[in-house]
Design a protein around this ligand. Structure first.
Ligand SMILES: *Cc1c(COP(=O)(O)O)cnc(C)c1O
Length: 482
C-alpha cells in the first residue's frame, strides 16, 4: 500500500537530485538536465534508487525499445517532461535497426549488445538523441548555447542530436587534425545553422581548457547562457539504463541473471549498468574493460587508483585516467556520505592517488571486476573474432568482448559485451587486424562527398569566445534562435 503510494507520487513529481558533495541545492530533473555539474563541483544523484519488483520487470518483457526506455526512465523524470514516451519514440525512430539495441550471439553464452545503430555510429547516440529532445522541451523556447570539447564521438553525437533544435545553439571544439576522418566529417558535414564547428590549433586538452575557461567567465556564461552535454550530465546516465534491461530481458531476466562487460572510459556506461542492478535487474557481474589506460582495472585488482599520464591507444574514447562518473559510485560505496566523498575526491585531485577505504573497495568487488587489454591484444581480438565467427568489432567493442570472454566462466550466467562503436568508425584498425575493410552503413555512404563546414581558430580564449558569440549572433539574426 505504502509502496504503491510512493510509486504513484514518484510518477507524479519525479525524484529529486542531490550533489555527491552535499553543498549544492537539490534540483528536479529539469534542473539537473540544464546544470550538468553541481555548483559545489559534485555530481547529481537521485535522492533514492527506484526499485522494480520481479513482477514489474517481467511485465517489461517484449516491449518495443522506446516503450521500455520510457518505462525504465519514468521514475527519474518529473512533470517538466510532458510525454516521455513520445520523446523516446521520436528519439529512437532514427536508429537503423528495428530492435534499436540488437543482441548478437558470438559464442556459447557470449553476446554482443550492439549500441551503435544510431546516427553517429557510437553508443553516445542512445543518450544524446533523447537529450536533444529533452533540452528542447524543458527550455520551451528559451535560448541556450551548448559548448563542448571533443576528441571524437561525443561531439558528433551532440551535434547530430541538437542540429536544428529550437532555441539551442551548439559550438563544438575539436583539435585540428587530431580526430579521425569519419569523426571529423560526422561533425563538419551537418548543414544546420545552429551548429558551429571550431577546429582549434592545439590538443584535445587545449580544447577542454578553453571550454572550462569559457564556463569560468561569468559574464560570457550569462550572456550566452552556456550549458554542457558532457558525460557527467545525469540525464545521459538515466538514458543508458534501459538497454541493460532490454538485453537482460531478452536472455531470460528476471528469472535468470546475466553479466555485462563494458568498454570503459568516463565510467558513464558501466555506471548505468550498476544503476540497473540497483533498480532490481539481476546482474551477476560487471566487467570494467579498459585499454592500456588501465587505472580502473588496477583499482579493482588491488585498490590502487593512482594517476598515470594518458597514453594514446587504438580505442581513443577510452583514453582517460580520471573517470568522472566514478564519483557517483564512490558516493554510494561510502554509504552516501557527501563530506567523505568530497574529501577523497579533493585529495585525489591534489595527490594523484585515491584513498578508498578497504571496506568500500571490497563492496565494489562484489559486483565489479576489472580487465585490461593493450593495442596488440586489441588487434589480436579483432582478428580472432572475425576468423572464428565472421564478426567485425571496432577496437572499443573488441576490448569489451575480450573482457567478457575472460570472465565468462565465473558466475555461470550469459555474458553480454557492450559493442559501443560501429567497426566502420575505426576502419583502418579493423582492416589491419582482420583483413576486411568495414563499410559505412548505406545512410552514411556519401559522408566523404558531403561538403564540410568549420572554422580554424588559434588556441586563444578571446578568439574562441568571439567565434562562439558570432555564431550565436548569426543565429539570432537568422531567427534560428529566438
Ligand atoms: C564514450 C565511449 C566509451 C566509453 O564510455 P564511458 O561511458 O565514458 O565509460 C567506449 N567506447 C566508445 C566507442 C565510446 O564512444
Amino acid at each position: 500500500m505504502w509502496g504503491r503510494l510512493c510509486q504513484g507520487l514518484i510518477r507524479e513529481f519525479g525524484v529529486r537530485y542531490f550533489s555527491t558533495r552535499g553543498r549544492a541545492p537539490a534540483q528536479d530533473f529539469a534542473g539537473v538536465l540544464l546544470a550538468g555539474l553541481a555548483e559545489d563541483g559534485g555530481l547529481y544523484v537521485p535522492e533514492f534508487w527506484p526499485r522494480f519488483s520481479t513482477a514489474e520487470i517481467r511485465g517489461l518483457r517484449g516491449l518495443p525499445y522506446a516503450e521500455l526506455a520510457a518505462a525504465v526512465m519514468a521514475p527519474f523524470v518529473d512533470g517538466a517532461v510532458a510525454d516521455l514516451a513520445a520523446l523516446c519514440a521520436d528519439a529512437y525512430a532514427g536508429f537503423a535497426h528495428p530492435a534499436v539495441v540488437p543482441l548478437q550471439q558470438l559464442e556459447t553464452g557470449l553476446f554482443a549488445l550492439e549500441l551503435f545503430h544510431g546516427p553517429t555510429l557510437a553508443f553516445k547516440d542512445l543518450a544524446m538523441q533523447l537529450l536533444g529532445r529533452l533540452f528542447e522541451q524543458v527550455l520551451a523556447g528559451e535560448r541556450l548555447t551548448i559548448v563542448g570539447a571533443t576528441s571524437g564521438d561525443t561531439g558528433a553525437a551532440a551535434i547530430e542530436a541538437l542540429k536544428g533544435r529550437r532555441g539551442i545553439m551548439i559550438a563544438i571544439l575539436h583539435p585540428e587534425g587530431r580526430v579521425s576522418e569519419v569523426q571529423r566529417r560526422q561533425m563538419t558535414t551537418v548543414a544546420a545553422a545552429n551548429v558551429g564547428n571550431i577546429a582549434i590549433r592545439g590538443s584535445f586538452d587545449d580544447c577542454q581548457d578553453l571550454v572550462k575557461a569559457m564556463f569560468a567567465d561569468a559574464k560570457l556564461r550569462r550572456e550566452l547562457r552556456l550549458s554542457a552535454v558532457n558525460s557527467i550530465n545525469w540525464a545521459r546516465i538515466a538514458a543508458q539504463i534501459p538497454y541493460y534491461f532490454a538485453a537482460a530481458l531478452a536472455l531470460g531476466a528476471p528469472d535468470r541473471a546475466v553479466a555485462f562487460s563494458v568498454p570503459t572510459g568516463n565510467f558513464g556506461n558501466v555506471l548505468a549498468g550498476w544503476a540497473a542492478a540497483r533498480m532490481g535487474l539481476p546482474v551477476a557481474r560487471l566487467v570494467v574493460a579498459c585499454n592500456r589506460n588501465d587505472i580502473l582495472a588496477r583499482y579493482l585488482a588491488a585498490n590502487d587508483m593512482s594517476l598515470r599520464p594518458v597514453e594514446p591507444s587504438l580505442s581513443p574514447s577510452m583514453d582517460i585516467q580520471v573517470s568522472s562518473n566514478f564519483e557517483r559510485l564512490l558516493f554510494e560505496l561510502l554509504d552516501r556520505n557527501p563530506a567523505e566523498t568530497e574529501r577523497i575526491m579533493l585529495d585525489f585531485r591534489a595527490g594523484g592517488r585515491m584513498e578508498v577505504p578497504e571496506g568500500a573497495w571490497r563492496r565494489m568487488q562484489g559486483l565489479f571486476c576489472g580487465f585490461a587489454l593493450d593495442d596488440a591484444g586489441t588487434e589480436a581480438e579483432i582478428g580472432r573474432l572475425y576468423r572464428a565467427s565472421g564478426y567485425l568489432a571496432d577496437p572499443h567493442s573488441a576490448i569489451g568482448i575480450a573482457g567478457a570472454r575472460a570472465r565468462r566462466a565465473e558466475r555461470g550466467v550469459p555474458m553480454i559485451a557492450a559493442a559501443t562503436a560501429h567497426p566502420a568508425k575505426f576502419a583502418p584498425t579493423v582492416e589491419r587486424a582482420s583483413g576486411v575493410c568495414p563499410a559505412l552503413p548505406a545512410r552514411l555512404a556519401d559522408l566523404y562527398q558531403r561538403p564540410e563546414r568549420s572554422v580554424v581558430v588559434a588556441n586563444d580564449l578571446a578568439a574562441v569566445a568571439a567565434e562562439v558569440r558570432a555564431l550565436a549572433g548569426r543565429n539570432v539574426a537568422e531567427g534560428t534562435i529566438v
